[in-house]
Design a protein around this ligand. Structure first.
Ligand code: ASP
Ligand code: MG
Length: 482
């Protein structure tokens, strides 16, 4: 039995962080630099950037009988991984071995896609088998690159570690089984001073069938492994300096936040700041593990630290009440209205069941207390399916005029103002709305209250950029003085 005394770190590298020979060399250097401080270190990696998309695209085209994308992808995967191996693996025997492994996996990919073409169908299970190849390729190369940088490393496929249910493309881990498997495989390596280089994104059912955790799921993999080992810290290496106060393409003054609470980042992740996969937060919070987001291409920058929401039972208050402002674009507001809805239970339940049946998720909901209308946002691309489903479920009410109409706006944007205290600090909502009033922006809907740490409002899409910019100014002007 090993006694866990040394500190354990899980580091995760995203697709761009391993996307070229230079990037992968840099990732290996980062691993090497952190080695002296962290005796036990696990690395999780994504596929090299673009690989997962290309793999899945090849499979879906193969299902339609078009094998050209497959041929292109085979070539580019071979060339891209080969180039990294050539430039970054110094030992010729190891390099030859890795290149042979890469070639074998690419042959397996070709075989899978040809089988899909024969069947004329790509099942979620087959798509997971195909998608998993990106990470299975990248771990082999990264482990060898680490060796070339003088780090003892060994690649490990997380199909052995992360045990999931059979919800292909969005599998859910069984934490109990994952804990046992992960500890029994990784601890001996960690005890021997070897850095396991683990595939992100993928897992397997108890029977060993490959699953994936959902697109962008490598962050989640790092959180799962961090939670079950357990680690002291999880660092997510990406291609930006951390979580910013706004999208810098919209707001040139946007800055990196040195700290953000788990609750705040959950709102940001949900509202489309693509820095962290939304599922990443829960396992690390529950295990009480530190989380840091940092930039592979600017490693001396401290990045953003995630901190607890509460300390001694009280919300942690930072000097800024408003931390960040984000927008999600291309949404439509759907309204169901009619006097006959007043006091009738079940309208909302049926409405959202109908929406769910179209596979659409709803980012914002409001209902006035008059109960004569329900209003919610859906992504623009789903609006037609949603309206059709609602017309069907309420056909009797529409015929009887209990529901007058079900309709949708043109494209709108949801603006979210994130920060602990946006709800409980008097005057913050006032600041937000007067700011928008000053710049003549009309607010179409508001959701304020379901989250402790955010206020969301809907504006016409032409107004989104100027709204985000104006609200971003409030970050400084509403700073706490107490
Ligand atoms: N490679 C996977 C994807 O592109 C997982 C990840 O990068 O996090 O979705
Ligand atoms: Mg990502």
């Amino acid at each position: 039995m090993t006694v866990k005394s040394a500190k354990t770190l899980v580091m995760k590298f995203g697709g761009t962080s391993v996307g070229s020979a230079q990037a992968m060399g840099q990732a290996a250097e980062i691993i090497k630099q952190a080695r002296p401080e962290w005796e036990r270190m696990v690395v999780v990696t994504s596929a090299i950037s673009g690989a997962t998309n290309a793999l899945l695209d090849s499979a879906t085209h193969a299902a339609k009988g078009d094998l050209q994308p497959l041929l292109d992808t085979e070539k580019s995967l071979l060339a891209n991984h080969g180039k990294i191996a050539d430039e970054q693996i110094t030992d010729p025997t190891l390099r030859a071995q890795v290149k042979q492994d890469v070639a074998h996996l690419i042959t397996a990919f070709g075989n899978l896609c040809r089988a899909i073409a024969v069947l004329g169908e790509a099942s979620p299970r087959a798509l997971d088998a195909v998608a998993s190849l990106g990470e299975r390729l990248s771990v082999r190369v990264l482990a060898a690159v680490c060796e070339s940088h003088g780090v003892a490393a060994k690649y490990v496929e997380s199909t052995q570690l992360v045990i999931t249910n059979a919800s292909f493309q969005n599998a859910h881990p069984d934490f109990g089984a994952t804990t046992l498997a992960t500890r029994s495989i990784l601890n001996p390596l960690l005890d021997a001073g070897i850095v396991p280089i683990v595939t992100g994104f993928i897992g397997a059912t108890p029977e060993g069938v490959v699953t994936t955790l959902g697109r962008g799921g490598s962050d989640y993999s790092a959180a799962i492994l961090g939670a079950v080992l357990p680690a002291d810290d999880v660092w997510i290496w990406t291609d930006v300096d951390g979580v910013m106060t706004a999208d810098p393409r919209m707001v040139p003054e946007a800055r990196t936040l040195p700290e953000i609470s788990y609750g705040e980042i959950a709102e940001l992740a949900y509202y489309g700041a693509k820095v962290l996969h939304p599922k990443t937060v829960r396992p690390v919070v529950e295990a009480g593990i530190g989380l840091r987001i940092c930039n592979t291409f600017n490693p001396s920058h401290p990045g953003t630290r995630l901190v607890a929401n509460t300390k001694n039972g009280k919300p942690v208050q930072s000097e800024r009440i408003i931390k960040a402002v984000t927008a999600i674009r291309k949404q439509r507001l759907v309204t169901i209205e009619g006097r006959g809805m007043l006091g009738v239970p079940g309208v909302a339940a049926r409405a959202f069941a109908a929406v769910a049946s179209t596979g659409t998720s709803v980012p914002l909901i409001t209902q006035a207390s008059s109960e004569q209308s329900i209003c919610f946002a859906v992504p623009s691309e789903s609006v037609e399916a949603v309206l059709t489903a609602l017309a069907r479920i309420f056909s009797a009410e529409l015929a009887d005029r209990d529901i007058d109409r079900v309709w949708a706006t043109e494209d709108v944007s949801i603006i979210t103002v994130v920060g602990t205290g946006t709800r409980n600090t008097p005057g913050v909502a006032g600041h937000i709305f007067s700011k928008l009033g000053q710049i003549n922006v009309n607010v179409l809907a508001i959701a304020h209250g379901s989250s402790d740490v955010s206020v969301s409002l809907v504006v016409e899409s032409v107004d989104d950029e100027k709204s985000v910019r104006a609200l971003h100014e409030l970050i400084v002007s509403t700073a706490r003085t107490d």
